[in-house]
Design a protein around this ligand. Structure first.
Ligand SMILES: C[S@@+](CC[C@H](N)C(=O)[O-])C[C@H]1O[C@@H](n2cnc3c(N)ncnc32)[C@H](O)[C@@H]1O
Length: 296
């Protein structure tokens, strides 16, 4: 799917990423602060960048925003953003090579090549290999073992679009205005003031019976981190920043679970419908509620 603003094809996420916000974008867009249209907000911060769907949309829609600060705890992901930002032609060249080698093979040989590239990636953490693996692995997942080795098995796509050159170049253009840093979300504090809009898309707090997925990296995003995040939100609210945060709605399953009411008391908590994988079976896609928490 291509996104357009005034006939211009927009850069879109270059990786499949668990929890991608593509489908919630219209709901997020409706709720963006009106100051995004004026000079009043000149800084955008996204402390859990992941696939970056919201960032790519906002960076191309609101041209008056001058500073973009993006963070993620996943170092491979951050290195990949920075490789595309600094030298997209080298990434494309490497990725094209991998794509050509892969697509000319039959199914079994493709598998063999996938595992060879995966083993090499675990040595050199090369960004072109990360994109290749993301486009050819099972479900586009990123998962590592205790030692930090990427361990997702080979997927089964007939004709995967591995190297989308045009999009990678557009992504590189958009990234020129962004500073992308590896680290915990709290590091973004130094860039946040009353002229900042912050969008938080943390790993969702798991619903007990769903196929929720919170291990994007070696460390899980557990309950204590969800609480630390709510404290951080209150801190930036006091500084006068505007924020919007998305998370899962525990009331899908347990109407008495008041985690968000308690920790985000005083903020606006809205529920929106999302279509998600709600159990391990492919038939388990369904509509569930998600939360958007807003301080303005
Ligand atoms: C739900 S994903 C973001 C999805 C993204 N907004 C999108 O549209 O694809 C959450 C991200 O948070 C990152 N993360 C986990 N713990 C973190 C932490 N303590 N600080 C910063 N990022 C973290 C994960 O690596 C993951 O990329």
């Amino acid at each position: 799917m291509s996104l357009f603003i005034e006939d211009k094809v927009l850069a879109k996420p270059f990786l499949k990423w668990a929890g991608g916000k593509g489908q919630l974008l219209p709901e997020i867009e409706k709720r963006l602060p009106v100051e995004m249209e004026t000079e009043q907000i000149d800084t955008y911060v996204e402390p859990f960048i992941g696939g970056g769907a919201a960032f790519f949309f906002i960076a191309q829609r609101f041209e008056q925003i001058k500073h973009f600060y993006l963070y993620d705890i996943n170092e491979d992901l951050v290195n990949c953003y920075n490789a595309i930002k600094k030298d997209v032609e080298s990434v494309i060249k490497e990725l094209k090579k991998l794509e050509r080698a892969f697509l000319k093979l039959e199914k079994e040989e493709r598998k063999e090549l996938f595992y060879k590239i995966r083993a090499k990636f675990n040595n050199d953490r090369d960004s072109a290999k990360l994109i290749f693996l993301n486009k050819t692995c099972f479900n586009g997942l990123y998962r590592v073992n205790r030692k930090g080795e990427y361990n997702v098995p080979c997927g089964d796509y007939k004709n995967p679009n591995i190297c989308d050159e045009e999009n990678l170049r557009n992504v590189s253009d958009v990234l020129q205005k962004a500073k992308i840093t590896h680290g915990d979300f709290e590091k973004s504090d130094k860039y946040i003031d009353e002229n900042t809009f912050v969008y938080f898309d943390p790993p969702y707090r798991p619903l007990s019976s769903t196929a929720s997925f919170t291990s994007y990296s070696k460390e899980d995003f557990d309950e204590s981190k969800q609480i630390r995040l709510s404290v951080f939100c209150r801190h930036i609210d006091e500084k006068g920043a505007k924020f919007l945060l998305s998370n899962s709605d525990p009331k899908n399953e347990n109407p008495n679970d008041t985690f968000f009411d308690k920790h985000y008391k005083g903020f606006l908590i809205e529920t929106v419908k999302a279509s998600r994988q709600i159990n391990c079976k492919a038939s388990g896609r369904g509509q569930i509620n998600e939360l958007l928490i807003i301080n303005y």
